[in-house]
Design a protein around this ligand. Structure first.
Ligand code: HEM
Length: 443
């Protein structure tokens, strides 16, 4: 079935030339309805030039071709707020299982490596009900506000420690000095995992991200597939180490072990390893990028930085505005389980869907004057940056807390902070997250 759809879609694409649908080129009224009349061939997701400033492209798409097919990716691309929210709100029609797959087809050898390594974690984000519900329940049991609130003083101590390490310098790369490591340090503390594994997990996460969301040549895919196997093995051995300890710890992992109460039918150790495998990826890359996007945006929009330095109570809404304006999770995915009409375009059963989450935050049908970064915006919390509905981000309270504390401490100790001339060297290019890989500042 999928093969048929792909063939049908590519044959339709044959009619495209120079960004126009040739069948309809003399019929302007019809062209506006043609899903192939431009964006599908112009969208170059792995191109650094596009990635440096992607928003003008999406503004155009929202206005002229809000849902379009991208033949090379074999994805239907959805750009408007209302359409994205609808898709997130209907998990029975739009499956999350597509998230088990890499966005670009993997080589046969990479697939074999993953199969031989038995990488088959059961986690929430890549599953639909009833499996999603079964795994989400214990996470909800352990990921409670009390545990998150307890983290505030620890996060502040860590942020202070990082700032102390670079404040004597003349300039610093905030990603290298703080944003890269800090979210992983917080996550390990929160989850209750042995810290000795942290740098390995950071390294393996980057590789996992490239394999799943990047566009790698086959030989690199093989290397990254080995990394995914190592990640999975490490997740299993970390769980075993804590489960074998004499005392069940008073932390997130301890709570999962208490929930299971020794009964594999409730939750097996392999299930817990699957939860870990998910959290150890979801819980730090995203926050690293949010912190980078927050500081970069605030220092570009200087008036906003000055305002939060004068009044720290503005910071929580500022974090939400960054999530709307410059979100770390740029794209997300679903698969249509039946043929469905989205924004006037018929997406076939089995169609792959790319949600341009970052485009939803710039949609003027939801956010007035969306291209303006406004830390006082009243409805900014309506952004979809943490998702919507059943799969809404479990870690949102922790991510919000971390970035709030980072901004509070930077504003308090370095109010003269400014971007250095060579502020950003690169932005990671993939079909998942967007954030600076380096962020040079001076003060
Ligand atoms: C700025 C930081 C973060 C962003 C932007 C973010 C974004 C998201 C988004 C968009 C989803 C929805 C996925 C979907 O609908 O399929 C999600 C789900 C999830 N997030 Fe986050 N996240 C962040 C931080 C975290 C942290 C810190 C953790 C854990 C410590 C975490 C754990 C999860 C989990 C487990 C899910 C899956 C929930 C489910 O499928 O039921 N995230 N996140």
């Amino acid at each position: 079935m999928l093969l048929q759809i792909a063939r049908l879609q590519s044959s339709k694409h044959d009619f495209i030339e120079g960004g126009k649908c040739m069948i309809l080129e003399n019929n302007a009224a019809s062209i506006s309805k043609c899903p192939f009349h431009g964006a599908g061939s112009e969208f170059k997701p792995f191109d650094q030039t596009y990635w440096a400033d992607p928003h003008p492209f999406w503004k155009n798409a929202r206005q002229n071709e809000p849902v379009f097919f991208h033949p090379e990716l074999n994805y239907w691309v959805v750009t408007r707020y209302a359409d994205i929210k609808k898709i997130l709100a209907e998990p029975a029609t739009f499956s999350s299982k597509i998230l088990k797959e890499a966005i670009r087809p993997l080589s046969q050898r990479a697939i074999e490596i993953l199969r031989e390594g038995e990488v088959n974690p059961k986690n929430t984000v890549t599953n639909d009900d009833p499996e999603h519900k079964r795994i989400r329940r214990p996470i909800n049991f352990a990921f409670v506000p009390k545990r998150v609130n307890e983290m505030e003083s620890k996060v502040r101590a860590l942020v202070t420690e990082h700032i102390d390490r670079f404040i004597h310098k003349e300039k610093a790369d905030l990603v290298a000095e703080m944003f890269f490591e800090l979210p992983a340090e917080v996550l390990f503390e929160f989850l209750g995992f042995p810290k000795k594994y942290m740098s390995e997990i950071k390294l393996l996460s980057e590789k996992r991200q490239s394999l799943k969301f990047g566009d790698l040549p086959p030989e690199e895919q093989e290397m990254e597939a080995h990394a995914a196997v190592d990640f999975w093995k490490l997740s299993k051995s970390m769980v075993k180490e804590v489960a074998d300890a004499e005392v069940t710890p008073d932390n997130f992992l301890g709570d999962l072990l208490r929930y299971r109460n020794g009964d594999d039918n409730i939750l097996s150790l392999e299930d817990i390893a699957g939860i870990l495998y998910g959290l150890l990826f979801a819980g730090h890359e995203t926050t690293t990028n949010l912190a980078g996007n927050a500081v970069r945006t605030l220092l570009t929009e200087r008036h906003a930085w000055d305002e939060i330095c004068a009044n720290s109570s503005l910071i929580p809404n500022t974090v939400e505005e960054v999530m709307r304006y410059n979100p770390p999770v740029f794209y997300w995915r679903r698969r249509a389980l039946k043929s469905v009409n989205i924004g006037g375009v018929e997406i076939p059963e089995g169609g792959n869907i790319l949600l341009v989450m970052a485009s939803s935050g710039h949609d003027d049908s939801m956010f007035e004057d969306p291209e303006t970064f406004d830390i006082h915006r009243e409805n900014t919390k309506n952004h979809l940056g943490f998702g919507f509905g059943k799969h809404f981000c479990i870690g949102a309270p922790l991510a919000r807390l971390e970035v709030r504390v980072i901004l509070e401490e930077l504003a308090k100790r370095l109010p003269n902070l400014q971007l250095s001339e060579d502020e950003v060297k690169t932005i990671s290019v993939n079909l998942f997250a967007r954030g600076p890989k380096e962020l040079w500042v001076k003060w």
